[in-house]
Design a protein around this ligand. Structure first.
Ligand SMILES: [Zn+2]
Length: 96
């Protein structure tokens, strides 16, 4: 089992843009626009999800949902356990 403090770390301290980059072709289409990384929202498929670097959350300006790293992985088709396991590996890679 993962502790809630560990889950907080992978939500907050692992930048979503790093996750998107590492997911490579698995990741939704993304592009920097006016200094913010925008990507195709996995919930509504509109190109309106924008990452707020201050809280490391993506907000979709179409469906109005907030998306964190774990939400993103689950929307991409991973179950919770695999989502966390992959994010844990990415966190190690990021901290290197
Ligand atoms: Zn959306």
């Amino acid at each position: 089992m993962y502790s809630s403090s560990f889950l907080r770390v992978i939500r907050n301290e692992l930048p979503i843009h790093f996750v998107l980059k590492q997911l490579n072709e698995m990741a939704p289409f993304s592009k920097f626009i006016e200094g913010f990384l925008r990507f195709q929202c996995p919930l509504c498929n509109q190109f309106r999800a924008t990452i707020n670097p201050k809280n490391n959350l993506a907000h979709c300006f179409c469906c109005q949902k907030n998306i964190n790293n774990i939400d993103l992985m689950i929307e991409l088709g991973y179950d919770f356990k695999n989502a966390v396991r992959i994010l844990e590996n990415l966190l190690h890679l990021y901290k290197k």
